[in-house]
Every structure is written in structure tokens, then in C-alpha cells.
Write a protein that binds this ligand. Sequence first.
Ligand code: PBG
Length: 324
Amino acid sequence: MFKPYYRPRRLRRNENIRRMVRETTLSINDLIMPLFVVEGKGVCNPINSMPGNNQYSIDRLVEEVKELHKLNIPAVILFGVPEKKDALGSDATSNNGLIQRTVKAIKDAVPDMYVITDVCFCEYTDHGHCGRVVDNDVHNDMTLELLAKQVITHAKAGADMVAPSGMMDGMVGAIREALDGEGYENIPIMSYAAKYASAFYGPFRDAAESAPKFGDRRSYQMDPANAREAMYEVDLDIKEGADIIMIKPALAYLDIIRRVKDKINLPVAAYNVSGEFAIVKAAARFGWIDEKRVAMEILTSIKRAGADLILTYFAKDAAKWLSE
Ligand code: PBG
């Protein structure tokens, strides 16, 4: 019988030694909680495909933010679902728009919460695309003008960070220039640098009521088959002035997270998206998996792949689990 000389199991014998040699530790400090806001008062509409998540009116959302703050979650990212949508997504660029009022309300009530705004148009346009549509396609440079307008309203409202997600060419440069031009040179940009045209966004599009009314997003979001192209996108965003680079989705793209992490010297964020969350919730509801263990394993794997920050609908639960 072969008798092993090398025995890695020695360092797995009990929890103390496992703790000591553990290579990756998930922390509350890594977590960003996405929140959806709608018009009205006292509104808390459960999002069916994302159990535990709701569309909140501003007053209720502020209450939720207070809870997240008590749990020591450092940041939220906001998505607005306005009542009125139009071709240009006007609510998104109005100083009195839904998101702008939400940011102000949070900053008044919970000034210590770090508020990130998603910078995009798909939730605000009647056609559901991420910018201005001309001839059935999103016009890149006209959309940059709108993005530049949008970020200034977010900055004025008090946003701590902006996160452009529309995958327009030059979006980071256009936003940086706009912010700097108005004296907001200290507001960082977290760019959705490599964002894939993914079926994992399904539940989000219900939550944000943002599914495109015609076509799809493949003329601006990336082909899931491409990795080298992600490196190009990341390079461009860094050159244009991004402060944090995001990869999205996370789970089917752990290789991209790792490649980017090995290559760049900026913090890397990963978006554990709605579909990734819904799959876990659904299987747990059937009793097929242990939700807490699977969720923590997933979040740890995203961190292990190289993400410094994780945007996740599990943030609130994970914060509780981490402090148990
Ligand atoms: C676009 C945006 C999307 C998500 C975040 N920002 C949707 C899309 O591109 O269709 C998806 C997030 C998720 O699925 O959790 N503003």
C-alpha cells in the first residue's frame, strides 16, 4: 500500500487550524446592497423573483437604509423605477427626478451611508434601451451627452459615487469630464467596464421594469464568449479615468474577474446579479440546497476570484450571517 508522505489534511483537522490557514475572508466591508425605488408613499412591493427585495417608495427606502446602516453595510447602489417614461428618459436627467430625490433623502437621514447611483437610461426610457435610440439602435455619442447631464444631477443631489452601466463607448471619459467641469473632481466613477449581454439579468428587468421593448442589448453589452475583449474594455475605462472596475455578472465570469485582477492596479468590483440570486433562492425554497451555505460559498468564490467589492442582493443577509 502506498503510504503518503505529504498530507495536506493535517491543516484541515479542526476549525482552529482551518481558520488560521484560510486564504479568503469575506467581510461586511466588501458588500454593496442594490435597492429599487418607486414613486409614492408607504410603498413596499415585493419583487417576486427576488425574495426579500422590494420596490420601495422613498420614505420606506430610507427606513431600509437605516437598517442596512445598523448592520454596518457601507454602501448602497440605487436604481430608480419612475412612473413616467419617455423616449429620452427625462426623469433620469432632472434635478427633481426620482433618484435625485432619493439620494437627498438618504443623505439627510443617514449621512454615513455611502450612496452610489447607477448611471443608465433603461429604467427611464419608454423603449427600455440604455440611451437615446436613433434608427432602432442606441446612438452612442448622443447618449454620452445625456449621461454627462445625468451625472451632474446625481452629484448635485449628493451621490458619493457614480456607476455608469450602459456600455457606451467613452462613457467614463464623458462622465469624468462633466463631473470635473462642474467641480466634482472628488466623485469617483465605478465603471461597469465589462458588462455582458446576459440572461442572468431577467429578474432585475422585472424589478426595474427595464426590459427592452424591441431587440436586445447585444449591440452594446458584451458577447459572453469574449474574454480578451473584456481586457480591452477595462483598459479603455482606466485610460478614461475609472476609479473602480466592475465585472458583471459575477458567477459565469469568475475567469474574467481573475484576469482583470491580475492585470490592473485598481479595485475590482463584481456584480452578483439578480439571476444568480434568484437561482439560489428558488432552489432553497424547494429545499434542494442550504441557502446560507450556498450564498456564502458563492460570495467567497467571487472574492477568491479577485473581487474586492461585491454588489449583491445577499448583502443584508450576509451582513447578518457574518456577524452571527
Ligand atoms: C442597467 C442595469 C442592469 C442591471 C444593472 N444595471 C440591467 C440590464 O443591463 O439589463 C442588472 C442587474 C441585475 O441583474 O441584478 N441599468
